[in-house]
Write a protein that binds this ligand. Sequence first.
Ligand SMILES: O=C(O)c1cc(C(=O)O)c2c(n1)C(=O)C(=O)c1cc(C(=O)O)[nH]c1-2
Length: 244
Amino acid sequence: MSDAAALLAPEELEARLRAIGAERYHSLHPFHRLLHDGKLSRGQVQAWALNRYYYQARIPAKDATLLARLPTPALRREWRRRLVDHDGDGGRPGGVERWLALTDGLGLDRGYVTSLAGLLPATRFAVDAYVDFVRDRSVLEAVASSLTEMFSPAIISERVSGMLRGYPFVDAATLAYFTPRLTQAPQDVAFALDYVKAEARTRAAQESVLAALRFKCDLLWAQLDALHHAYVVPGAPPPGAFRP
Ligand SMILES: O=C(O)c1cc(C(=O)O)c2c(n1)C(=O)C(=O)c1cc(C(=O)O)[nH]c1-2
């Protein structure tokens, strides 16, 4: 096991991060397959949008938590941009507001969505675990946990085209949330990926980065498990989980 202790070259670390996405990103989840292939009812799509609202709503709290822990003005400036992306600047709407345009477009009542009254318990636990993770783990792990965004442009493109094709009740305006994400996510990733490649200076630190990305994939997966179990059918073990 002497290999296990050797420092990985930065490109090898990146390759291992990408391999985690290829194996475990939520694009592979059966609920997303149904969503993107136009196989869900309007009510099931509403359930997805309503639960996902909580993720969007807590992302700024996650980023503010991490921002407060960053040690330099340059790092804080970089991370502050994410808060503006999600909360808006008072003029242009941010991601949280744009997500509510999506739930409006699906015919959900805003007050009901933002009250969180209809949220699945597992959605709340999974999303809250993300905020707790960036509060409690190293800054390196916290930054690494955002790296699922490496994989989001591909799933977003697939989702938008699949939903426009598959659902008469969805139009381009309803899905407008996703358009800015196609440029924001790569910008976020460029910084976060360079950061973890430069700052993970021991093999143990590199392993913590890989584990943080696995953790994040798991919490995205768990949100879809909850939806699938509640609104479709039970019985879809995640990658790597016990299969009888
Ligand atoms: O549509 C998606 O599948 C998807 C995935 C992810 C992700 O991989 O975490 C994010 C988003 N969207 C997204 O819209 C978003 O604002 C976002 C922020 C973050 C993060 O970890 O800081 N992930 C994601």
